[in-house]
Design a binder for this molecule. Structure first.
Ligand SMILES: Cc1cc2nc3c(=O)[nH]c(=O)nc-3n(C[C@H](O)[C@H](O)[C@H](O)COP(=O)(O)OP(=O)(O)OC[C@H]3O[C@@H](n4cnc5c(N)ncnc54)[C@H](O)[C@@H]3O)c2cc1C
Ligand SMILES: NC(=O)c1ccc[n+]([C@@H]2O[C@H](COP(=O)([O-])OP(=O)(O)OC[C@H]3O[C@@H](n4cnc5c(N)ncnc54)[C@H](O)[C@@H]3O)[C@@H](O)[C@H]2O)c1
Length: 492
């Protein structure tokens, strides 16, 4: 049966609040093969941040940067593009295509095709298994769930209480991904993936860019060599990277909330804790996220979110309840689309199993976080899965590592003239299995999943020896890493 929009009913088996990647997937998995009726409640565009203001548009803005730099490093192409810069309007048009022109008809079609009903409006818990939805006209309707309510209200950009910052209407992740105007001078505050990725495309689109980060290194959850790799390449792209630097004050006399992706008024002056001042046309704040726990009625069911996120168990059940689930960014566990969808698949399947009288705690309905993969789409890109060496050691794992320069691999050296890249494996000596891997360098992003499979499958290094990488591809880095381990093991 196909789903419908705004149906005239008030009871479903499952209610999902929040229609981002987590909510859509939870609704799909709860209903797809179970016969359970499901309704999705969404106050904005179905698809969430990922589709319109995060992953998809940001990658559409970044891939031309990487393609251009690859071309500049490849004789034959280099001469063809010499002296030319990116075609900004064409890049933004493609970004708009990838962001579905900020419309959600394709997602509504997906819901309908999967038998999921849709109610537009702001959802709020109003007691056990009950959700009150306020529509854009102010009307409130009350929905009741037979089995479960899933909260998937995601996250939004955090704007810290720095003097003058909020009053300057800084760009957040929404503006910088949906940009309509390229600032001539921009300051980006932050040192995580949003800051590093966005400063990369802003620079490539023509901005003079300064990145200000309070910590000593960028991307602090990555291996130290990868952090240095990122900082080096940002600097080589002409970005001024200021580490160990705090913003103490922001001044923008003509601040104006002129719309998403437009310059938010006149020039802005950013004062740093060393007394220096930086002038810019725009300021981007990218210092993390806030969980979507505000005003969703948690108090009506006795649930607290003291850290801004919801505590869940391995089936994504909210701790202290047996009918309320949370998935995606709202759990604060791993703020990534693929992890949001993974959690949602587990929650959906657990709900289905429990509605049929089962425990919902089987192998397929228990979330694991030992092999969380992440690609940071810089130029060149970097990716990591599982534990860093430091994480593994802090967990008491007897660690063996292998590192290798990817430029030594034929596939890499052929792919561009001045290849720069490095890879590292973290092995648990006791089990002879991989617990972590990091790759940095062009052409490495698609390698990450091989490492994820090796970790999740607990494949012994002795078996990996028989997984022969093709010549001449970048994947031959696996062979170099395994040879490094082999050589070390043979040394007396
Ligand atoms: C710039 C940027 C780039 C990123 N790039 C990547 C990437 O390349 N790869 C990756 O894996 N991750 C990336 N991420 C992270 C990724 O975007 C998030 O992890 C993902 O969007 C989380 O999905 P979600 O469904 O949990 O939340 P959201 O996408 O935040 O969706 C929540 C939905 O709930 C709705 N909602 C909220 N409250 C209510 C309410 N009370 N009633 C009704 N509806 C409500 C919202 O309107 C929204 O549609 C990026 C993030 C940013 C900011
Ligand atoms: N390619 C990808 O997978 C991708 C891309 C973008 C974002 N994301 C995810 O989205 C989430 C949000 O990313 P993010 O970069 O906004 O957050 P983040 O938490 O990864 O990084 C925020 C940085 O800002 C710093 N910071 C925090 N508070 C600050 C303050 N008051 N003043 C100055 N600096 C401060 C932190 O030390 C940290 O280094 C992350 O989980 C990230 O992994 C993923």
């Amino acid at each position: 049966m196909s789903g419908s929009e705004g149906p005239n009913r008030d009871r479903w088996d499952v209610i999902v609040v929040g229609g981002g990647q987590a909510g859509e997937t939870a609704a799909q998995y709860a209903s797809q093969f179970s016969g359970l009726s499901t309704v999705l409640v969404e106050e904005d565009l179905i698809g969430g941040e990922c589709e319109y203001w995060a992953c998809r548009p940001s990658k559409a803005l970044l891939l031309p940067v990487e393609a251009q730099s690859q071309g500049r490093d490849l004789p034959g192409v280099r001469e063809m593009i010499a002296g030319r810069s990116l075609d900004v309007p064409a890049v933004l048009r493609r970004r708009d295509d990838i962001a579905f022109h900020y419309g959600d008809s394709q997602e509504v079609d997906f819901l309908k095709a999967n038998g999921i009903d849709l109610v537009r409006g702001r959802g709020r818990l109003a007691g056990e298994r009950t959700v009150a939805v306020t529509g854009s006209d102010g009307d409130v309707r009350t929905l009741t769930a037979e089995h479960a309510v899933v909260l998937a209200t995601g996250s939004s950009a955090y704007v810290p209480p720095t003097d003058g910052l909020a009053d300057a209407f800084p760009w957040t992740s929404r503006d910088v991904t949906a940009l309509r105007e390229v600032p001539r001078w921009v300051v980006v505050i932050g040192g995580g993936a949003v800051a590093c990725e966005s400063v990369t495309w802003l620079r490539a689109l023509g901005a003079e860019a300064t990145l200000v980060h309070r910590g000593p290194t960028l991307l602090k959850t990555m291996e130290p060599f990868a952090r240095d790799f990122a900082a080096r390449h940002l600097a080589e792209a002409g970005i001024t990277v200021l580490l160990d630097t705090n913003v103490t004050r922001v001044k923008r006399p003509d601040a104006e909330n002129s719309g998403v992706g437009r310059l938010h008024g006149g020039p802005v002056t950013v004062t740093l804790d060393n007394g220096d001042q930086v002038e810019a046309d725009e300021l981007v704040v990218a210092v993390g996220r806030r969980g979507g726990t505000d005003d969703i009625g948690l108090e009506t069911v006795g649930v607290a979110a003291p850290h801004g996120y919801l505590d869940v168990d391995d089936q994504l059940t909210v701790v202290g309840t047996d009918w309320l689930y949370a998935t995606g960014d709202l759990t604060g566990r791993a703020l990534l689309t693929h992890m949001a969808k993974y959690q949602a698949r587990i929650a959906g399947d657990a709900i289905t199993a429990r509605a049929a009288g089962g425990s919902g705690t089987g192998a397929l309905t228990t979330a694991e976080y030992d092999a969380v993969p992440q690609v940071v789409f810089l130029d060149p890109p970097m990716s990591q899965v599982g534990l860093t060496e430091a994480d593994a050691r802090s967990r008491g794992i007897d660690v063996e590592t292998a590192e290798f320069d990817i430029a030594a691999v034929s596939g890499a050296a052929i792919s561009r003239e001045h290849y720069d890249g490095r890879a590292k494996l973290i092995v648990n000596r006791a089990t002879d299995t991989l617990v972590g891997a990091t790759f940095a360098g062009s052409g490495t992003t698609e390698l990450l999943h091989s490492a994820t499979i090796a970790i999740v499958g607990q494949v012994p290094v002795s078996r990996l020896w028989h997984a022969v990488p093709s010549f001449p591809t970048v994947s031959e880095i696996w062979l170099k890493l395994l040879e490094t381990l082999r050589q070390r093991r043979r040394q007396p």
